[in-house]
Design a protein around this ligand. Structure first.
Ligand SMILES: *Cc1c(COP(=O)(O)O)cnc(C)c1O
Length: 380
């Protein structure tokens, strides 16, 4: 773990606190999730749900996770053997990689990648094989199919795919997913998918969200990971889950026993309530976030940045070169003093850092008045 220092989020959030800047760096909402969920947590806490839950999660939550996957994605999973509750998506990702990979195995992933991926791959003694996402002619992030193919080989053990994608806001299309699925079938490897933004795809995206697990030949080789944090605005609760074939879920649980064992006893029944909310909650959530995205995109454009399309997630990326910036890390370190706003450089999420040197990421999961204030400061 020697190469892994303090995360960029810690550095930038400390900078925000010290300078009083508006923090559009770290992706956490500044409002609470659905009141039904919060009430259910309070009730469970007062009602004695305060001891170790079962390793795989309480049955009512496992059933709600399976029902949610059936309702939105038409994926059928057995709540008793094919669902595991985890300490956030982060633990699910770590446990999945540790369970599946032996030292020296290779993990194909797309860069820029979520920062825990590199660390989890390193903990497993595995090797990452990044495929670079780059803005194409339309500004939409794309990958080169030949580069993807070249990343696969005899040591490939799994593909780690995040869609909708943080930090780029890219949503992988059916055709892009089919390229990934085809290589998984050809090389007979597993897939681990990080779908924490499954409910945050905007109507102007190139494609709706499609879980990789639903493509031909993928159901029996894919662990699909998600979490309550982003969908229900409770990132501090750390209730996540993984669904997949029983052999992969049980392998993952074997690792999980010795990571956290279990977490969040009174929060688990509350997340079950949230997952069972009517469709109107989910559509309202997406529409509210789209409005925030649009406010921020308009403001960033007016401030002179080149904004790349955000099809989903909490995030939008922008090119700093029109404002004379060349290096995102330098630009973001100066931005609080210069404009009173915090953003994060995305180059830290690449192995090939040159590909992202001029790109920075803003989070729009904030109250409209906070976004408006950030935009006012940036314009000045
Ligand atoms: C926030 C986030 C996670 C972590 O989810 P937790 O449930 O908080 O552990 C994982 N992957 C991506 C892409 C994220 O943005």
């Amino acid at each position: 773990m020697r190469p892994f220092g303090t995360t960029i989020f810690a550095e930038m959030s400390a900078l925000a606190a010290r300078t009083g800047a508006v923090n559009l760096g770290q992706g956490f909402p500044d409002t609470d999730g659905p009141p039904e969920m919060l009430a259910a947590a309070a009730e469970a806490l007062a009602g004695g749900a305060n001891q170790y839950p079962p390793l795989a999660g309480i049955p009512v939550l496992r059933s709600a996770i399976a029902a949610h996957e059936q309702r939105f994605w038409a994926l059928a999973r057995d709540p008793d053997t094919e669902v595991a509750v985890t300490a956030g998506a982060t633990e699910a990702i770590a446990a999945a990689i540790l369970a599946i990979c032996e030292p020296g195995d290779e993990v194909v992933c797309f860069e820029p990648y979520y920062d825990s991926y590199a660390a989890s791959i390193a903990l497993a003694g595995a090797v990452r094989r990044p495929v670079t996402l780059r803005p194409g002619p339309s500004g939409r992030y794309e990958f080169d199919p030949d580069e993807l193919r070249a990343a696969f080989g005899g040591r490939t053990r799994l593909v780690l795919l995040n869609s909708p994608h943080n930090p780029t806001g890219k949503v992988f299309t059916g055709a892009e997913l089919e390229l990934v699925a085809g290589l998984c079938r050809e090389y007979d490897v597993f897939a681990v998918t990080d779908e924490v933004y499954e409910h945050l795809v905007f109507p102007d995206a190139a494609a709706p969200h499609v879980p990789l697990a639903g493509l031909p030949g993928m159901l029996d080789r894919t662990l699909r990971i998600s979490s309550a944090g982003k969908t229900f605005s409770c990132t501090g609760w750390k209730i996540g889950w993984a669904t997949g074939p029983a052999r992969l879920v049980s392998a993952m649980l074997r690792v999980k026993q010795f990571l956290t064992f279990v977490n969040g006893a009174p929060l688990q029944p509350a997340v079950a309530v949230a997952l069972n909310l009517p469709d109107s909650y989910f559509t309202g959530f997406t529409a509210g976030m789209q409005d925030r995205r649009d406010r921020l995109v308009t403001g960033l454009t007016e401030a002179g940045l080149t904004v790349l399309p955000s099809e989903g997630t909490y995030f939008v990326t922008a090119d700093i070169r029109p404002l004379g910036g060349a290096d995102g890390v330098e630009f973001c370190r100066e931005l609080p003093a210069r404009s009173g706003v915090v953003a994060v450089p995305t180059q830290v999420f690449y192995d090939r850092q040159d590909a992202g040197r001029h790109l920075i990421r803003f989070a729009f999961c904030k109250r409209p008045e906070v976004i408006d204030e950030a935009v006012r400061r940036l314009r000045n």
